[in-house]
Design a protein around this ligand. Sequence first.
Ligand code: PSU
Ligand code: MN
Length: 310
Amino acid sequence: MNKYLDISEQVREALAAGKPVVALESTIISHGMPYPQNVETALNVEKIIRELGAVPATIAIIGGRLKAGLSPEEIDYLGRSGSAVAKASRRDLPVLVARGADGATTVTTTMMIAAMAGIRVFATGGIGGVHRGAETTMDISADLEELAQTPVVVVCAGAKAILDLGLTLEYLETKGVTVVGYGTEELPAFYSRKSGFGVDYRMDTPEEIAKAFHVKQELGLCGGMLVTNPIPEEYSMPEDVINSVIDTAVAECAAQGIHGKETTPFLLKRVKELTGGESLESNIQLVYNNARLAAKTAAALAALEENDRG
Ligand code: PSU
Ligand code: MN
């Protein structure tokens, strides 16, 4: 095992027993939601996963250690620290470990650490992608490259329209990443169930998702799979309302010259401020919804692997 990796006892036991485990990211805690709702949400997500018979593994870098499975105290620490903790992408990981520093893991680094630990299913809110205007800024999230190379199923609510959704899908196609719509043919756009863009495949059960990923691994293909799960109807927001807020946030971002790793946190924060509490409640509910689907998918995958062992 990787000498820099610490797997919590619960997660280690579950993996050894072939039980389902679901990875969770920590940038969503530190940079994605305000305190104390971030900590509350992170703890509730773990509870939801446990209630479905799986074991949650929240992932972060703490004191230079790659952690798969955090204590409630560690989750609280990340939530209170907020953006004082470094947002850790692939390029940051070796430096944070070398310095013995802390880092909140994005989709990219959560996938990396999950794969090192042997965890194959991961639930989050939204992924990073190709930003609007990327044809001049070249701002493309490392999340897309990670999906191309690291064997983890990522369950999300699609991508926020802070991104160019069409270009994000093109990039994923180029990289050979299958985009699945859970119960839908249309890519969900985080706060809303619709985007106007199609997914590659509609799948209607966790078993179908698990089977496709299992076969991908048996074929010896590298990379993950992206499962997009629409926000439950009752929490979804009207598309025109959220889109006009996003347009405002994107324009402010350009006007203020925000770039690089600050872009996504800036946009997420402005969208939240401009919509008031409503978008936060939607955000929380879609994460719970993704945690449920990820727990069921992890269980279905564990059953297939159990079958293989005979
Ligand atoms: N999109 C969201 N919510 C999030 C993120 C993206 O709707 O919390 C976070 C995730 O951790 C994602 C990261 O991996 O932002 C992407 O950042 P960047 O665009 O800098 O790659
Ligand atoms: Mn970026």
